[in-house]
Write a protein that binds this ligand. Structure first.
Ligand code: SF4
Length: 317
């Protein structure tokens, strides 16, 4: 017996390869690897993996806004309510991006450190207000080392107008001291390290990662929370859950843009009192369909009844 045939049998090579040479076995293994890479269905179809049961392909459902929709693409929120599929979500975000082209953070910054400071200051404040304060602040404290030596007495008057100035000044100084102590004064490019810094939560970390450090991040603020829940691309009042639900259906390169787009949409159109008539995704929005449109139909009904045929009273004789 040639050496190749034993080896082929030991490797579970298909029948007919018993007389294979060593070179043939090498070729067989390479082919087997390629089949595995293509998945069990391909291997089974080729009759090469006897143990590979074909994966059941579920039937496609009707075509809707996002294109062909597979049953396995269905998503449900924590309450069991159906959320948009990944295809629908991507189509909706395409429409919103078309409505708000070039969406980006409105905070002014030139370095990751400056964006970190500005984002901490933006809590319970507006970007416009923060942008008024930061030029003088960045001039006085150019980097983490300078800010780490600041005192609250000196810092508080400078950031007073952004609100919560006592807590923010403590956070800023603590954050700068931690950067100097643990990271040599640089802003770390990881979520784990950023959320260890005083005053830095998941949202702030995602803002800095996504905009200044080139690491995909999807910050979820109150606008993202409101808009995503209304449309039905996410379902939760917990920002971490919403972040996860959106990240699950979007490629990482879209995460930061998605957050910026939803924030702009929440500020301009989908405000607490939404301007649905100006919205690009009205036809796909759960809130519009179940609340706004229904109320309009209800209001329109009495008007139609009033304009119907009027009863003619016959005079009494
Ligand atoms: S249709 Fe109305 S509620 Fe829905 S996303 Fe647009 S503005 Fe918001």
């Amino acid at each position: 017996m040639r050496p190749g045939s034993n080896a082929a049998a030991a490797l579970g090579a298909p029948p007919g390869s018993q007389g294979a040479t060593t070179e043939n076995i090498g070729q067989y293994l390479r082919e087997e690897q390629r089949r595995e890479a293509r998945g069990p269905n391909a291997a089974a179809a080729l009759g090469c993996r006897r143990d590979a049961a074909p994966v059941e392909r579920r039937p496609q459902r009707g075509r809707r806004a996002g294109g062909p929709e597979c049953r396995r693409d269905l998503r449900h929120g924590l309450s069991g309510r159906r959320m948009k599929t990944s295809r629908e979500t991507r189509a909706i975000l395409d429409s919103l991006e078309a409505q708000h082209p070039g969406a980006d953070t409105e905070l002014h910054y030139t370095t990751a450190f400056q964006l970190l400071v500005a984002t901490i200051l933006s809590a319970q404040s507006t970007d416009a207000r923060v942008n008024m304060v930061t030029p003088a602040l960045f001039k006085r404290y150019r980097d983490a080392r300078a800010l780490s030596k600041a005192t609250t007495a000196a810092l508080e008057p400078q950031i007073h107008s952004t609100g919560f100035f006592r807590a923010k000044s403590k956070s800023l100084i603590g954050m700068a001291q931690a950067l100097v102590k643990d990271h040599g004064g640089a802003v770390p490019a990881s979520m784990e390290a950023l959320i260890e810094l005083p005053g830095v939560g998941r949202k702030t970390a995602n803002v800095v990662l996504g905009h200044a450090l080139g690491v995909p991040g999807l910050p979820v603020d109150r606008h993202v929370l409101r808009v995503a829940n209304r449309i039905g691309v996410a379902e939760s009042d917990d920002p971490v859950v919403v972040e996860q639900q959106l990240c699950d259906v979007l490629p990482p390169e879209r995460w930061t843009r998605t957050s910026d787009t939803l924030i702009l949409h929440g500020r301009r159109i989908c405000r607490p009192k939404p301007l649905c008539d100006q919205c690009n995704v009205r036809d796909d929005c759960d809130f519009y369909r179940t609340s706004v449109a229904r109320v309009r139909v209800r209001r329109a009904k009495p008007a139609r009844q009033a304009s119907g045929p009027t009863r003619i009273r016959t005079p009494r004789r």
